[in-house]
Design a protein around this ligand. Structure first.
Ligand code: FES
Length: 112
């Protein structure tokens, strides 16, 4: 029996694929994810609102409110902090989006 080697990190996208501030959705290895960019910071989440368990966006790649500072669910308007995924307004206040660990290296966004 051979030991399984650890799964290598995988690039999600190039940093330049995201506006600043910006957001983009991905279907990645069977998972629905989205990434938020604010300056040189990137946050990646599962695309599932904790209120009803459905995708957040109404139109493709639209995950931010009009200010570009908060993540917004299009269905009932819940607002989430980009860095923690905490809902700070709306029907699921106090609940969290599921964050996916990532890092930026060589101009690309990598999932850990
Ligand atoms: S489904 Fe997201 S706020 Fe209701």
């Amino acid at each position: 029996m051979t030991a399984e080697s650890p799964t290598p990190p995988i690039a999600l996208c190039r940093l330049d694929d995201l506006g600043d501030p910006g957001s983009k959705g991905f279907l990645f290895q069977g998972r629905s994810l989205f990434a938020i960019r604010q300056g040189q910071q990137i946050f990646v989440y599962e695309n599932r609102c904790p209120h009803r368990g459905i995708p957040l966006e109404w139109t493709p790649d639209s995950f931010l409110d009009n200010s570009g500072r908060l993540i917004q669910c299009a269905t009932h308007g819940a607002l989430f902090l980009p860095d923690s995924g905490e809902c700070v307004s709306g029907p699921c206040s106090g609940e969290y989006l599921q964050q996916v660990a990532c890092n930026i290296r060589d101009g690309q966004v990598w999932l850990d």
